[in-house]
Write a protein that binds this ligand. Structure first.
Ligand SMILES: Cc1cc2nc3c(=O)[nH]c(=O)nc-3n(C[C@H](O)[C@H](O)[C@H](O)COP(=O)(O)OP(=O)(O)OC[C@H]3O[C@@H](n4cnc5c(N)ncnc54)[C@H](O)[C@@H]3O)c2cc1C
Length: 462
Protein backbone atom coordinates (compact mmCIF):
# COMPACT_ATOMS: atom_id res chain seq x y z
CA UNK A 1 0.00 0.00 0.00
CA UNK A 2 1.55 3.30 -1.07
CA UNK A 3 1.31 6.11 1.48
CA UNK A 4 1.53 9.78 0.67
CA UNK A 5 4.13 11.87 2.48
CA UNK A 6 1.31 13.51 4.49
CA UNK A 7 -0.10 10.15 5.57
CA UNK A 8 3.37 8.96 6.56
CA UNK A 9 3.90 12.09 8.66
CA UNK A 10 0.47 11.70 10.31
CA UNK A 11 1.05 8.05 11.12
CA UNK A 12 4.55 8.85 12.34
CA UNK A 13 3.14 11.49 14.71
CA UNK A 14 0.55 9.07 16.10
CA UNK A 15 3.17 6.33 16.51
CA UNK A 16 5.53 8.80 18.21
CA UNK A 17 2.85 10.00 20.60
CA UNK A 18 1.86 6.42 21.35
CA UNK A 19 5.49 5.52 22.10
CA UNK A 20 5.61 8.46 24.50
CA UNK A 21 2.39 7.27 26.09
CA UNK A 22 3.53 3.69 26.50
CA UNK A 23 7.05 4.44 27.71
CA UNK A 24 5.57 5.18 31.13
CA UNK A 25 4.47 1.92 32.83
CA UNK A 26 1.27 3.40 34.31
CA UNK A 27 0.24 5.04 31.05
CA UNK A 28 1.19 1.88 29.15
CA UNK A 29 -1.06 -0.19 31.37
CA UNK A 30 -3.90 2.30 31.06
CA UNK A 31 -3.54 2.60 27.28
CA UNK A 32 -3.63 -1.16 26.85
CA UNK A 33 -4.82 -1.36 23.27
CA UNK A 34 -2.75 0.44 20.62
CA UNK A 35 -5.78 1.48 18.60
CA UNK A 36 -7.77 4.64 18.23
CA UNK A 37 -11.33 4.47 19.56
CA UNK A 38 -13.67 7.23 18.37
CA UNK A 39 -15.67 9.22 20.90
CA UNK A 40 -19.01 10.92 20.32
CA UNK A 41 -21.36 12.92 22.49
CA UNK A 42 -24.98 12.04 23.37
CA UNK A 43 -26.52 13.75 20.34
CA UNK A 44 -23.86 12.47 17.93
CA UNK A 45 -23.02 16.00 16.71
CA UNK A 46 -19.57 16.06 18.39
CA UNK A 47 -16.99 13.42 17.59
CA UNK A 48 -13.24 12.95 17.93
CA UNK A 49 -10.53 10.35 17.57
CA UNK A 50 -8.40 10.72 20.70
CA UNK A 51 -4.91 9.34 20.87
CA UNK A 52 -5.83 7.59 24.12
CA UNK A 53 -8.88 7.16 26.33
CA UNK A 54 -7.75 6.67 29.89
CA UNK A 55 -9.59 6.00 33.15
CA UNK A 56 -7.12 6.11 36.05
CA UNK A 57 -8.10 4.27 39.21
CA UNK A 58 -6.17 6.27 41.83
CA UNK A 59 -5.13 9.85 42.45
CA UNK A 60 -1.48 8.88 41.79
CA UNK A 61 -2.37 7.39 38.43
CA UNK A 62 -4.40 10.46 37.58
CA UNK A 63 -1.47 12.77 38.41
CA UNK A 64 0.82 10.66 36.19
CA UNK A 65 -1.60 10.80 33.29
CA UNK A 66 -1.95 14.56 33.55
CA UNK A 67 1.75 15.29 33.88
CA UNK A 68 3.06 12.71 31.41
CA UNK A 69 0.46 12.25 28.68
CA UNK A 70 1.80 13.68 25.42
CA UNK A 71 -0.25 16.54 24.00
CA UNK A 72 -3.55 17.83 25.29
CA UNK A 73 -5.75 16.28 27.97
CA UNK A 74 -9.54 16.69 28.11
CA UNK A 75 -11.57 15.44 31.06
CA UNK A 76 -14.87 13.88 30.03
CA UNK A 77 -18.00 13.08 32.02
CA UNK A 78 -21.02 11.37 30.45
CA UNK A 79 -20.66 13.18 27.10
CA UNK A 80 -23.99 14.98 27.56
CA UNK A 81 -22.73 18.36 26.40
CA UNK A 82 -23.86 19.47 22.96
CA UNK A 83 -21.00 21.95 22.50
CA UNK A 84 -17.43 20.95 21.59
CA UNK A 85 -16.04 21.14 25.13
CA UNK A 86 -14.71 17.60 25.11
CA UNK A 87 -13.31 16.64 21.66
CA UNK A 88 -9.54 16.22 21.51
CA UNK A 89 -6.98 14.37 19.47
CA UNK A 90 -4.91 14.07 22.66
CA UNK A 91 -5.89 12.15 25.78
CA UNK A 92 -9.51 11.79 26.82
CA UNK A 93 -9.61 11.33 30.56
CA UNK A 94 -12.58 9.71 32.29
CA UNK A 95 -13.10 9.71 36.04
CA UNK A 96 -15.41 6.73 35.93
CA UNK A 97 -13.43 5.07 38.76
CA UNK A 98 -13.76 8.20 40.92
CA UNK A 99 -17.26 7.33 41.93
CA UNK A 100 -19.46 7.39 45.03
CA UNK A 101 -20.18 9.20 48.31
CA UNK A 102 -16.94 9.84 50.22
CA UNK A 103 -18.07 11.66 53.36
CA UNK A 104 -21.01 13.55 54.81
CA UNK A 105 -21.72 15.82 57.74
CA UNK A 106 -25.12 15.42 59.45
CA UNK A 107 -24.73 18.82 61.18
CA UNK A 108 -24.04 21.00 58.14
CA UNK A 109 -25.87 18.70 55.66
CA UNK A 110 -22.84 18.82 53.38
CA UNK A 111 -21.58 15.77 51.49
CA UNK A 112 -18.50 15.04 49.39
CA UNK A 113 -18.69 12.86 46.29
CA UNK A 114 -15.98 11.57 43.98
CA UNK A 115 -16.20 13.86 40.95
CA UNK A 116 -16.98 11.16 38.38
CA UNK A 117 -20.13 10.06 40.22
CA UNK A 118 -23.16 10.00 37.90
CA UNK A 119 -25.90 12.26 39.29
CA UNK A 120 -28.23 9.25 38.99
CA UNK A 121 -26.24 7.54 41.78
CA UNK A 122 -26.42 10.47 44.18
CA UNK A 123 -30.10 10.69 45.15
CA UNK A 124 -30.41 7.40 46.99
CA UNK A 125 -26.90 7.65 48.48
CA UNK A 126 -27.80 11.04 49.93
CA UNK A 127 -31.20 9.89 51.18
CA UNK A 128 -29.49 7.03 53.05
CA UNK A 129 -27.50 9.61 55.04
CA UNK A 130 -30.39 12.02 55.57
CA UNK A 131 -29.64 14.51 52.77
CA UNK A 132 -30.96 15.55 49.37
CA UNK A 133 -29.96 17.93 46.57
CA UNK A 134 -32.02 21.14 46.80
CA UNK A 135 -32.78 21.04 43.05
CA UNK A 136 -31.88 19.00 40.01
CA UNK A 137 -31.71 19.26 36.22
CA UNK A 138 -34.25 17.46 34.05
CA UNK A 139 -32.00 14.44 33.52
CA UNK A 140 -29.52 12.78 35.88
CA UNK A 141 -27.19 11.07 33.37
CA UNK A 142 -24.47 13.72 33.88
CA UNK A 143 -21.48 13.17 36.15
CA UNK A 144 -21.16 15.55 39.09
CA UNK A 145 -17.95 17.14 37.71
CA UNK A 146 -19.45 17.42 34.21
CA UNK A 147 -22.59 19.05 35.60
CA UNK A 148 -20.82 21.70 37.68
CA UNK A 149 -18.29 22.42 34.92
CA UNK A 150 -21.07 23.93 32.77
CA UNK A 151 -23.30 25.35 35.53
CA UNK A 152 -25.99 22.76 34.85
CA UNK A 153 -29.29 23.83 36.39
CA UNK A 154 -32.91 22.92 36.99
CA UNK A 155 -35.71 25.43 37.46
CA UNK A 156 -36.98 27.56 40.35
CA UNK A 157 -36.55 31.25 41.14
CA UNK A 158 -35.17 30.33 44.56
CA UNK A 159 -32.54 27.85 43.32
CA UNK A 160 -29.06 28.26 41.85
CA UNK A 161 -27.42 25.82 39.44
CA UNK A 162 -25.52 22.84 40.91
CA UNK A 163 -22.38 25.01 40.87
CA UNK A 164 -23.97 27.39 43.37
CA UNK A 165 -24.23 24.49 45.86
CA UNK A 166 -20.51 23.60 45.71
CA UNK A 167 -18.70 24.40 48.97
CA UNK A 168 -15.36 22.76 48.22
CA UNK A 169 -13.48 20.72 45.66
CA UNK A 170 -10.22 18.94 44.98
CA UNK A 171 -8.48 19.89 41.75
CA UNK A 172 -5.45 18.34 40.05
CA UNK A 173 -3.60 20.97 38.04
CA UNK A 174 -1.58 20.67 34.81
CA UNK A 175 1.59 20.46 36.95
CA UNK A 176 0.10 17.56 38.91
CA UNK A 177 -0.46 19.62 42.05
CA UNK A 178 -3.43 18.47 44.15
CA UNK A 179 -5.28 21.56 45.42
CA UNK A 180 -7.89 21.47 48.18
CA UNK A 181 -10.07 24.47 47.40
CA UNK A 182 -12.85 26.20 49.29
CA UNK A 183 -13.75 29.67 50.54
CA UNK A 184 -10.61 29.81 52.73
CA UNK A 185 -8.08 27.57 50.87
CA UNK A 186 -7.13 28.78 47.37
CA UNK A 187 -10.29 30.93 47.35
CA UNK A 188 -9.69 32.42 43.87
CA UNK A 189 -9.20 28.98 42.35
CA UNK A 190 -12.25 27.72 44.21
CA UNK A 191 -14.39 30.56 42.96
CA UNK A 192 -13.39 29.98 39.32
CA UNK A 193 -13.39 26.18 39.46
CA UNK A 194 -17.07 25.95 40.39
CA UNK A 195 -17.77 26.55 36.67
CA UNK A 196 -14.52 25.60 34.94
CA UNK A 197 -15.45 24.10 31.53
CA UNK A 198 -12.75 21.57 32.43
CA UNK A 199 -10.15 24.22 31.59
CA UNK A 200 -8.52 24.66 35.01
CA UNK A 201 -7.58 21.08 35.85
CA UNK A 202 -9.31 17.84 36.75
CA UNK A 203 -11.79 17.89 39.63
CA UNK A 204 -11.55 14.73 41.72
CA UNK A 205 -13.89 15.47 44.67
CA UNK A 206 -16.79 17.87 45.06
CA UNK A 207 -18.46 18.96 48.33
CA UNK A 208 -22.08 20.10 48.12
CA UNK A 209 -24.43 21.98 50.41
CA UNK A 210 -27.53 19.82 50.64
CA UNK A 211 -30.74 19.80 52.65
CA UNK A 212 -32.94 17.22 54.38
CA UNK A 213 -34.70 14.67 52.12
CA UNK A 214 -38.12 15.65 50.77
CA UNK A 215 -40.88 14.44 48.50
CA UNK A 216 -42.21 16.35 45.50
CA UNK A 217 -45.62 16.47 43.87
CA UNK A 218 -45.47 16.88 40.10
CA UNK A 219 -48.45 18.56 38.46
CA UNK A 220 -48.63 19.02 34.68
CA UNK A 221 -51.27 20.78 32.66
CA UNK A 222 -51.69 22.19 29.19
CA UNK A 223 -52.55 25.86 28.87
CA UNK A 224 -52.27 28.67 26.37
CA UNK A 225 -48.65 29.85 26.19
CA UNK A 226 -49.71 33.48 26.28
CA UNK A 227 -51.79 32.94 29.44
CA UNK A 228 -48.88 31.16 31.13
CA UNK A 229 -46.60 34.04 30.20
CA UNK A 230 -49.04 36.61 31.55
CA UNK A 231 -49.09 34.65 34.83
CA UNK A 232 -45.35 34.06 34.97
CA UNK A 233 -44.95 35.98 38.25
CA UNK A 234 -47.69 33.95 39.91
CA UNK A 235 -46.46 30.63 38.46
CA UNK A 236 -42.90 31.17 39.65
CA UNK A 237 -43.91 32.60 43.05
CA UNK A 238 -46.47 29.96 43.91
CA UNK A 239 -44.46 26.93 42.77
CA UNK A 240 -41.11 25.82 44.14
CA UNK A 241 -40.03 24.67 40.65
CA UNK A 242 -41.98 25.81 37.62
CA UNK A 243 -41.24 25.48 33.92
CA UNK A 244 -43.01 25.14 30.62
CA UNK A 245 -42.46 23.23 27.40
CA UNK A 246 -43.78 25.47 24.65
CA UNK A 247 -45.13 23.80 21.52
CA UNK A 248 -43.91 25.69 18.45
CA UNK A 249 -46.44 26.33 15.64
CA UNK A 250 -49.21 26.09 18.24
CA UNK A 251 -50.82 28.28 20.91
CA UNK A 252 -50.17 25.87 23.78
CA UNK A 253 -47.53 24.77 26.26
CA UNK A 254 -47.14 22.09 28.88
CA UNK A 255 -46.81 23.72 32.30
CA UNK A 256 -44.93 21.68 34.92
CA UNK A 257 -44.94 22.50 38.64
CA UNK A 258 -43.03 20.64 41.35
CA UNK A 259 -43.83 21.38 44.98
CA UNK A 260 -42.70 19.87 48.24
CA UNK A 261 -45.27 17.67 49.96
CA UNK A 262 -45.65 15.26 52.84
CA UNK A 263 -48.34 13.30 50.96
CA UNK A 264 -47.67 9.59 50.46
CA UNK A 265 -45.95 8.45 47.29
CA UNK A 266 -48.16 7.61 44.30
CA UNK A 267 -47.57 4.30 42.46
CA UNK A 268 -44.36 4.48 40.41
CA UNK A 269 -44.79 5.29 36.72
CA UNK A 270 -42.73 4.31 33.71
CA UNK A 271 -39.95 6.97 33.60
CA UNK A 272 -40.28 7.00 29.81
CA UNK A 273 -43.73 8.56 30.29
CA UNK A 274 -42.67 11.18 32.83
CA UNK A 275 -41.40 14.73 32.45
CA UNK A 276 -43.07 15.54 29.15
CA UNK A 277 -41.78 12.49 27.24
CA UNK A 278 -45.21 11.26 26.24
CA UNK A 279 -46.11 14.85 25.37
CA UNK A 280 -43.07 15.10 23.06
CA UNK A 281 -44.04 11.84 21.31
CA UNK A 282 -47.57 13.13 20.68
CA UNK A 283 -46.20 16.39 19.23
CA UNK A 284 -43.85 14.46 16.95
CA UNK A 285 -46.81 12.48 15.56
CA UNK A 286 -49.06 15.53 15.19
CA UNK A 287 -46.25 17.40 13.43
CA UNK A 288 -45.86 14.54 10.93
CA UNK A 289 -49.55 14.77 10.01
CA UNK A 290 -49.24 18.55 10.06
CA UNK A 291 -46.43 18.60 7.49
CA UNK A 292 -48.77 16.84 5.03
CA UNK A 293 -51.43 19.49 5.68
CA UNK A 294 -49.47 22.70 6.46
CA UNK A 295 -52.59 24.89 6.51
CA UNK A 296 -54.07 22.73 9.25
CA UNK A 297 -50.87 22.31 11.26
CA UNK A 298 -51.68 24.83 14.00
CA UNK A 299 -55.18 23.42 14.44
CA UNK A 300 -53.76 19.90 14.58
CA UNK A 301 -51.09 20.84 17.13
CA UNK A 302 -53.59 22.82 19.19
CA UNK A 303 -55.69 19.67 19.41
CA UNK A 304 -53.03 18.06 21.59
CA UNK A 305 -54.78 19.58 24.60
CA UNK A 306 -57.46 16.94 24.03
CA UNK A 307 -54.99 14.02 23.72
CA UNK A 308 -52.59 14.63 26.55
CA UNK A 309 -53.65 14.18 30.15
CA UNK A 310 -51.46 13.86 33.17
CA UNK A 311 -51.87 12.33 36.61
CA UNK A 312 -50.21 14.02 39.57
CA UNK A 313 -47.39 11.99 40.99
CA UNK A 314 -45.62 12.10 44.34
CA UNK A 315 -42.19 10.56 44.91
CA UNK A 316 -38.78 11.23 46.47
CA UNK A 317 -37.38 14.48 45.05
CA UNK A 318 -34.60 12.86 43.02
CA UNK A 319 -37.07 10.48 41.36
CA UNK A 320 -39.31 13.34 40.28
CA UNK A 321 -36.66 15.68 38.89
CA UNK A 322 -34.94 13.13 36.68
CA UNK A 323 -36.49 12.11 33.37
CA UNK A 324 -35.59 9.63 30.69
CA UNK A 325 -34.86 11.45 27.42
CA UNK A 326 -35.30 8.85 24.72
CA UNK A 327 -35.75 11.20 21.76
CA UNK A 328 -32.36 12.57 20.73
CA UNK A 329 -31.90 16.21 19.78
CA UNK A 330 -29.43 19.07 19.55
CA UNK A 331 -29.94 22.09 21.75
CA UNK A 332 -29.14 25.78 22.08
CA UNK A 333 -29.90 27.51 25.39
CA UNK A 334 -29.33 31.07 26.49
CA UNK A 335 -30.02 32.65 29.88
CA UNK A 336 -31.41 36.17 29.75
CA UNK A 337 -32.12 38.51 32.70
CA UNK A 338 -35.24 37.06 34.35
CA UNK A 339 -37.38 40.10 33.60
CA UNK A 340 -36.71 39.74 29.83
CA UNK A 341 -37.77 36.07 29.68
CA UNK A 342 -41.35 36.60 28.43
CA UNK A 343 -40.37 39.19 25.78
CA UNK A 344 -37.52 37.01 24.52
CA UNK A 345 -39.74 33.93 24.25
CA UNK A 346 -42.51 35.86 22.49
CA UNK A 347 -40.01 37.14 19.93
CA UNK A 348 -38.66 33.64 19.26
CA UNK A 349 -42.17 32.24 18.80
CA UNK A 350 -43.06 35.09 16.44
CA UNK A 351 -39.95 34.45 14.35
CA UNK A 352 -40.67 30.70 14.11
CA UNK A 353 -44.20 31.50 13.07
CA UNK A 354 -43.44 34.35 10.64
CA UNK A 355 -40.60 32.50 8.90
CA UNK A 356 -42.32 29.14 9.20
CA UNK A 357 -39.09 27.67 10.61
CA UNK A 358 -39.02 23.89 10.43
CA UNK A 359 -39.01 22.56 13.98
CA UNK A 360 -41.34 20.64 16.25
CA UNK A 361 -39.40 20.02 19.47
CA UNK A 362 -40.86 22.07 22.38
CA UNK A 363 -38.99 25.09 23.71
CA UNK A 364 -38.01 24.75 27.38
CA UNK A 365 -38.54 27.82 29.55
CA UNK A 366 -37.06 27.89 33.10
CA UNK A 367 -35.86 30.22 35.87
CA UNK A 368 -32.57 30.11 37.82
CA UNK A 369 -31.38 32.17 40.82
CA UNK A 370 -28.27 34.38 40.59
CA UNK A 371 -24.88 33.28 41.94
CA UNK A 372 -21.40 34.82 42.26
CA UNK A 373 -19.30 32.44 40.14
CA UNK A 374 -17.17 34.18 37.47
CA UNK A 375 -18.16 32.02 34.47
CA UNK A 376 -21.63 30.98 35.60
CA UNK A 377 -24.39 31.94 33.16
CA UNK A 378 -26.23 33.18 36.28
CA UNK A 379 -23.42 35.34 37.67
CA UNK A 380 -24.91 38.44 39.26
CA UNK A 381 -28.38 38.10 37.80
CA UNK A 382 -31.58 36.11 38.31
CA UNK A 383 -32.15 34.49 34.95
CA UNK A 384 -34.64 32.93 32.61
CA UNK A 385 -33.17 30.05 30.58
CA UNK A 386 -34.73 29.39 27.20
CA UNK A 387 -33.75 26.31 25.19
CA UNK A 388 -34.52 25.58 21.57
CA UNK A 389 -34.11 22.02 20.34
CA UNK A 390 -33.98 20.25 17.01
CA UNK A 391 -34.44 16.51 16.51
CA UNK A 392 -31.00 14.99 15.83
CA UNK A 393 -32.01 13.88 12.33
CA UNK A 394 -33.02 17.44 11.34
CA UNK A 395 -30.56 20.19 10.47
CA UNK A 396 -30.18 22.46 13.50
CA UNK A 397 -27.77 25.02 12.00
CA UNK A 398 -30.23 27.20 10.12
CA UNK A 399 -32.83 27.09 12.88
CA UNK A 400 -30.39 27.96 15.67
CA UNK A 401 -28.73 30.64 13.49
CA UNK A 402 -32.11 32.32 13.00
CA UNK A 403 -32.98 32.31 16.71
CA UNK A 404 -29.57 33.14 18.22
CA UNK A 405 -29.61 36.92 17.45
CA UNK A 406 -32.80 37.25 19.52
CA UNK A 407 -30.91 35.92 22.54
CA UNK A 408 -28.09 38.41 21.86
CA UNK A 409 -30.60 41.26 21.78
CA UNK A 410 -31.56 40.40 25.40
CA UNK A 411 -27.91 40.11 26.57
CA UNK A 412 -28.29 36.33 26.74
CA UNK A 413 -25.43 34.17 27.96
CA UNK A 414 -25.12 30.79 26.21
CA UNK A 415 -25.18 27.57 28.24
CA UNK A 416 -21.57 26.35 28.08
CA UNK A 417 -22.68 22.78 27.43
CA UNK A 418 -25.06 23.68 24.60
CA UNK A 419 -24.60 24.96 21.04
CA UNK A 420 -23.82 28.61 20.32
CA UNK A 421 -21.55 30.57 18.00
CA UNK A 422 -19.97 33.10 20.38
CA UNK A 423 -16.23 33.49 20.95
CA UNK A 424 -14.12 35.28 23.57
CA UNK A 425 -14.62 38.67 21.93
CA UNK A 426 -18.40 38.42 22.23
CA UNK A 427 -18.50 36.48 25.50
CA UNK A 428 -16.21 38.67 27.58
CA UNK A 429 -18.59 41.69 27.71
CA UNK A 430 -21.33 39.40 29.05
CA UNK A 431 -19.27 38.36 32.07
CA UNK A 432 -18.21 41.16 34.46
CA UNK A 433 -15.76 38.82 36.23
CA UNK A 434 -14.31 37.31 33.04
CA UNK A 435 -10.74 38.31 34.00
CA UNK A 436 -11.01 36.55 37.38
CA UNK A 437 -11.45 33.29 35.48
CA UNK A 438 -8.90 33.81 32.70
CA UNK A 439 -6.25 34.93 35.22
CA UNK A 440 -6.67 31.72 37.25
CA UNK A 441 -6.61 29.66 34.04
CA UNK A 442 -3.35 31.26 32.88
CA UNK A 443 -1.74 30.66 36.27
CA UNK A 444 -2.86 27.04 36.59
CA UNK A 445 -2.34 25.97 32.98
CA UNK A 446 0.11 28.32 31.24
CA UNK A 447 0.88 25.83 28.45
CA UNK A 448 -2.79 25.17 27.68
CA UNK A 449 -2.66 21.44 28.40
CA UNK A 450 -6.41 21.38 29.06
CA UNK A 451 -7.45 23.35 25.98
CA UNK A 452 -8.98 22.22 22.71
CA UNK A 453 -9.95 24.33 19.70
CA UNK A 454 -13.38 25.23 21.09
CA UNK A 455 -12.00 26.31 24.48
CA UNK A 456 -9.23 28.34 22.83
CA UNK A 457 -11.88 30.14 20.83
CA UNK A 458 -14.32 30.85 23.68
CA UNK A 459 -11.58 31.76 26.17
CA UNK A 460 -9.54 33.77 23.69
CA UNK A 461 -6.28 31.85 23.95
CA UNK A 462 -4.11 31.97 20.84
C1 LIG B 1 -30.77 15.04 27.31
C2 LIG B 1 -30.04 16.17 27.98
C3 LIG B 1 -30.67 16.90 28.96
C4 LIG B 1 -30.00 17.96 29.58
N1 LIG B 1 -30.65 18.66 30.55
C5 LIG B 1 -30.05 19.71 31.13
C6 LIG B 1 -30.71 20.47 32.14
O1 LIG B 1 -31.82 20.15 32.56
N2 LIG B 1 -30.06 21.56 32.62
C7 LIG B 1 -28.82 21.95 32.19
O2 LIG B 1 -28.31 22.98 32.65
N3 LIG B 1 -28.15 21.22 31.28
C8 LIG B 1 -28.73 20.11 30.74
N4 LIG B 1 -28.04 19.38 29.81
C9 LIG B 1 -26.64 19.71 29.54
C10 LIG B 1 -25.69 18.91 30.48
O3 LIG B 1 -26.18 18.90 31.79
C11 LIG B 1 -24.30 19.55 30.53
O4 LIG B 1 -23.79 19.71 29.25
C12 LIG B 1 -23.32 18.77 31.42
O5 LIG B 1 -22.12 19.49 31.47
C13 LIG B 1 -23.05 17.36 30.92
O6 LIG B 1 -22.36 16.64 31.92
P1 LIG B 1 -21.46 15.38 31.52
O7 LIG B 1 -21.15 14.60 32.75
O8 LIG B 1 -22.07 14.64 30.40
O9 LIG B 1 -20.11 16.09 31.07
P2 LIG B 1 -19.42 16.21 29.63
O10 LIG B 1 -20.41 16.71 28.66
O11 LIG B 1 -18.73 14.94 29.33
O12 LIG B 1 -18.36 17.35 29.95
C14 LIG B 1 -18.81 18.65 30.26
C15 LIG B 1 -17.64 19.50 30.74
O13 LIG B 1 -17.21 19.01 32.01
C16 LIG B 1 -15.79 18.85 31.99
N5 LIG B 1 -15.45 17.80 32.95
C17 LIG B 1 -15.95 16.55 33.03
N6 LIG B 1 -15.38 15.90 34.06
C18 LIG B 1 -14.51 16.75 34.64
C19 LIG B 1 -13.62 16.67 35.75
N7 LIG B 1 -13.51 15.57 36.49
N8 LIG B 1 -12.88 17.76 36.05
C20 LIG B 1 -12.97 18.90 35.33
N9 LIG B 1 -13.78 19.02 34.27
C21 LIG B 1 -14.55 17.97 33.94
C22 LIG B 1 -15.49 18.50 30.55
O14 LIG B 1 -14.14 18.73 30.24
C23 LIG B 1 -16.43 19.45 29.83
O15 LIG B 1 -15.86 20.72 29.75
C24 LIG B 1 -28.66 18.29 29.19
C25 LIG B 1 -28.02 17.54 28.21
C26 LIG B 1 -28.70 16.48 27.60
C27 LIG B 1 -27.99 15.68 26.54
Amino acid sequence: MALSRRELLQRGAVAGAFMALTSNPVLAQLARAPRLIPWRNWSGAQTCLPLARLAPKTLDELVQVITQAPGKVRPVGSGHSFSALVPTDGTLLSLSFFNGLLEHDPQTLQATFAAGTPMSRMGQALKDVGQALPNMADIDYQTLAGAISTSTHGTGVGFTSYSGCVTGLQLVTAQGEVLECDASRHPEVFSAARVSLGALGVATKVRLQNRAPYRLRERQWIAKTEELLEDVGKNTRENQHWEMLVVTHSDYALSIALNETTDPETPPIDPAEAGGNEFVSIIEKLDKYGSDFPDARRTLLNSLRFFASFDDRVAESFQVYANVRNVRFNEMEYSVPAEHGPACLREILKLINDKDLRTWFPIEYRYVKADDIPLSMFEGRDSCSISVHQHYTMDHHNFFAAVEPIFWKYAGRPHWGKLHTLNARTLQPLYPRWDAFTRVRRELDPSGKFLNAHLSSILGVA
